[in-house]
Structures are given as C-alpha cells and as structure tokens.
Design a binder for this molecule. Structure first.
Ligand SMILES: Cc1cc2nc3c(=O)[nH]c(=O)nc-3n(C[C@H](O)[C@H](O)[C@H](O)COP(=O)(O)OP(=O)(O)OC[C@H]3O[C@@H](n4cnc5c(N)ncnc54)[C@H](O)[C@@H]3O)c2cc1C
Length: 476
C-alpha cells in the first residue's frame, strides 16, 4: 500500500515520473492480498474473491470534524462493495454447544471504556506507560475463567494480534482513539470481486502509462547501499537499481529478519528502533462447505479453555455479504498462527473441523469443498501481518524507525505511522508523506533538513520526578 501510494503521489501531485517500484513478489499489494477461492454456483462455478490480508475499513468519517479515513475515500472512489460488520454480542459456543457470554461481554465493555479513558488521562498527566494487562486490571477487568478469556481475546487480540501482556496500554488507547474517534467506530467488510487490493493498485493504474514509472515484479532486493549522494538497491538476480532517493516499505518483520543487508550497517539508533518493535501474525483460515450449518449471523465465538484457540468465526454467507456461498472463516493470532503455519493444510483442516463438530454437533458439519490459508509469518516478504506496540517502546523510538538514513533512504509503511499503526490508512498516509518529503527535497535541491524528519541518537530511560522517601517512624 505504502509504495503504491507514494508512487501515485509523486506522479499525480508532483509530476515526478522517473521512479522504479521494486516488488519481490510476482504481484502487487503486499499485505492486501485478494485471492480466488472456492466456487460460486450462481456464476457457473467461478471462484469467489476473498481477502487473505486486510479485509476491513476501520473507521469511516467523522461528521462533527469532517475527517474522513482516506481508505474509505478510496473504497468509495472505486465503488467497492462493503457491508458494515456487526458489533454486538456474538452467538457463543463451547465444545459442548451454546454458552452464555452476555455478562462477561458487558463487563468487558465497561472495563474497556475505562481502560481507554484512563490511558489517555494518564498520558496527559505525564505518567509512564504500562502493559495493556496492567491497564485492564486498573480498569477493573479480570479474565477469571475461560469465557472471560475468550471475550478478552475476541475484543483485544483480534485487533492487536497480541495479548494485553505484550502490548502497550497508552499506545493501544491512542491507536484506538485516532481511528475510532478520529474517524468513526464503524467497520466495513470489503467483499468486492475486484478485491480490496484495488485501493492500492487502482490509483496507480489510473495514471497515464507514461507516469507509471518502471515496475519491477518478482525481484527481491537483497542489499541497500545508502550515502548522502543516493541509494543503490542490489537485487537477488544481481541487478542494481540506483536512485537519488529511495523509500523502503518493507514490514518491520522483514527488517527484523535481516534478509536485506544495509551498507553501511544500520546505526544503533536505527537497528534498536527496528528490533525493539513488535510484529505479529493474524491468520484467516477459509473453508467452503457443501451446505451451511452455522447460524445466519456474521460472527460466532468459540469459547475454549485454551486461549485464542479458534475463538473467532466469521460467516461470509451472512446477509449482505457473499450470500449463498457457504464460506466460513476462523482467525488465529500470534503463537497459534505460528503453530498452524508449521502444520500441513490437511492437519489444520482436520483440527478446524474437530472444533466445528464440537460447536455444532458432528452430524451437522457438511463436507469441505475448498480450504485455504496464507502463511504470513513464513512469507519472507511479510514475516507477519502487522505491527503492534510493546509497552517498553517509546514514541521517540518510532521516530527513529521512520527516520531516513543519510537523508536519502526513507522508511514508510503501517509501522511508521504513529496515529494509524497497523491499519491501511497508516500505510497509505506514510507512503504519501514520504513522497511529499522527496518532492520537497527535489524542489529544494536536497537542502539540509528538506525531508522534515527528526530522530534521536539515544533513547533515554524515563526518569522519575517528585522523588519522595518513605520515612521510618523512630521508636525513640
Ligand atoms: C491477515 C491480515 C489482516 C489485516 N487486516 C486489516 C484490516 O482489516 N484493515 C486494515 O486496515 N489493515 C489490515 N491489515 C494490515 C494492512 O494489510 C497493512 O497495514 C498494510 O497492507 C501494510 O502496507 P505496507 O505498504 O506498509 O506494507 P506491505 O503491504 O507489506 O508492502 C511492502 C511490500 O514490500 C515487499 N517486499 C518485502 N521484502 C522485499 C524485498 N526484499 N524486496 C522487494 N520487495 C520486498 C512486499 O512483498 C510488499 O509488497 C491486515 C494485514 C494482514 C496480513
């Protein structure tokens, strides 16, 4: 998303067309990945298009401020089909049938509101960050049993992909605030036969051919050399592409994997910023059945004693979505995602069916006619799904994650966005911003500071203030 947004901004807003897009995979879109799946009986058995990567527009428009999510603008500009996702209590099942999660859900909602308010209030007062787990506890949430742990997983991990124990309280609250208050609290599921990837590829391919630069597909970069004079990218096949400026949009997972080497080696302020961040995995496992046996509602929750074990189920055969498709998907995150990536498709399929037999009764589960999931963590060009902010990471470090090297090699992507980390709007806006910086530098002849970025040589530990000593009462 970031790279194509940058290309579009360079060409459409600045008439800068002498650029090259280098993509390792044989297709564009990266973590926007629309794939054919199963068969559609009402289209002579042609496949449906499903989204293995990003699927929702999170946050649409704020009528009070006029702020509109730029991804929502793109979805509307291309007329992509969407349906608003339900946000109420999902129907819930354990391995022995229906369970009641109403009370746990109500308690979560109340604690979550307090978590968000307290998180923002504490930042205003200058207090230090803690884990989201600590924040939830302070807000009154206790995940005392497996029903409550499932409700917590559904509402927390299904967004952050990591548990509250691994996430920052303050930055989770901020991230939520910028998208769900800044735009709106609505979420729209995209289910268009052209694929959600259209929001990235559509604007680029709408440029006249002579403004589309050079597109290099299926050729991974293995080395990036940077200096105040420019950047040289060496490709796996030995080719070299040189440029005055370059934007690196690899995910944090790819940067952490060290698959691309930098010359000179990354300075410590940069490598710490990369290694200190978190990237996790979100895995959607799709199944098409010969007949639908699950409820008509969009969502179903599976409450398991094992946290995050096939907790969320989503029907694409829901009203207004791919009705009549008999397609269902379930989502795993983090450790569970990595675990299933190590299994064969047949093993995962059997495990998934066993869960469904428990939820709905073995006699009701119909035949599987199609099965698919993408291994985001093993994919060397993603190494996970999107980033997450760990509690120990300071905003100053994220500035370093984004900062250019030698004022020539820029970094952009969802992870460099402070406000919209993880989301498509973050990737889109960061790509555009990087393009604006380069356009500015080219106009200014590369003048010092033209990129408009700052960074920190050292990230200092937060220091306590108003030190007080506990006085020991003297006996005599
Ligand atoms: C399963 C999943 C679900 C998601 N759900 C949502 C959602 O519902 N809503 C939402 O807003 N966001 C969602 N996201 C996040 C969203 O997809 C990302 O934030 C966004 O697509 C990231 O865009 P990017 O440009 O930063 O990175 P990428 O899309 O990763 O682009 C980087 C590109 O660099 C390429 N690359 C990597 N290494 C090399 C190399 N060595 N040489 C050359 N090229 C290389 C990659 O192939 C890739 O195309 C989801 C992501 C996943 C994976």
């Amino acid at each position: 998303m970031s790279g194509l947004s940058a290309a579009y901004a360079l060409a459409a807003s600045h008439n800068l067309t002498n650029y090259t897009i280098i993509e390792a995979q044989p297709y564009l879109g990266g973590r926007l990945h629309s794939v054919p799946f199963g068969s559609n009986p009402s289209a002579a058995g042609a496949p449906y298009i499903i989204e293995a990567g990003a699927n929702w527009v999170h946050g649409l428009a704020n009528n009070a401020t006029g702020a509109v999510n730029p991804v929502w603008e793109l979805v509307q500009a291309f007329g992509l089909r969407t349906t608003r996702s339900a946000d109420g209590v999902p129907e819930a099942f354990s391995r022995k049938g229906r369970v009641d999660i109403g009370r746990a859900w109500e308690d979560w909602r109340a604690a979550w509101d307090r978590f968000l308010t307290l998180g923002r209030e504490r930042q205003r007062r200058g207090l230090g960050d803690m884990t989201a787990r600590a924040g939830l506890r302070i807000a009154g949430w206790e995940p005392g049993d497996y029903i409550r742990r499932s409700v917590e997983f559904w509402n927390f991990d299904m967004e952050s992909q990591q548990s509250p124990d691994e996430s920052s309280w303050f930055e989770i609250a901020n991230n939520h605030y910028y998208t769900y208050h800044g735009f709106s609290d609505e979420e729209h599921l995209v289910h268009d036969p052209r694929g959600y990837v259209t929001v990235a590829t559509g604007p680029y391919f709408s440029l006249p051919k002579e403004k589309q630069g050079t597109l290099v597909l299926g050729r991974p970069v293995t080395e990036l050399r940077y200096s105040p004079e420019g950047v040289a990218a060496r490709l796996a096949d030995g080719g070299v592409v040189t440029a005055d400026y370059a934007i690196c949009t690899f995910s944090v997972g790819v940067l952490q994997s060290k698959a691309v080497t930098f010359h000179p080696a990354l300075p410590r302020w940069k490598s710490d910023a990369i290694d200190g961040f978190s990237m996790s995995t979100y895995t959607k496992i799709f199944l098409q059945f010969s007949a639908r046996f699950w409820p008509q509602s969009e969502y179903q929750l599976h409450a398991s004693p094992r946290r995050g074990f096939y907790t969320q189920w989503q029907s694409l055969d829901a009203p207004g979505v791919l009705e009549g498709s008999n397609i269902l998907f379930t989502t795993l995150t983090d450790e569970e995602s990595v675990r299933v990536e190590g299994l064969s498709d047949a093993e995962v399929r059997e495990e998934v069916l066993e869960v469904l037999r428990g939820m709905y009764g073995p006699e009701n589960v119909s035949d599987v006619t199609a099965f698919y999931f993408h291994r985001w963590n093993s994919n060397p060009y993603t190494r996970g799904s999107y980033s997450n902010w760990p509690a120990s990471y300071l905003p100053a470090s994220q500035k370093n994650l984004r900062a250019a090297l030698s004022a020539r090699l820029l970094f952009a992507g969802e992870a460099t966005s402070y406000e919209y980390l993880g989301f498509l709007q973050g990737a889109h806006l960061e790509g555009r911003k990087a393009a604006e910086s380069i356009a500015h530098c080219l106009r200014e002849g590369g003048a010092r500071g033209c990129l408009g970025q700052d960074w920190f040589e050292d990230i200092l530990a937060g220091q306590g203030t108003k030190q007080q000593w506990q006085r020991r009462e003297l006996q005599d």
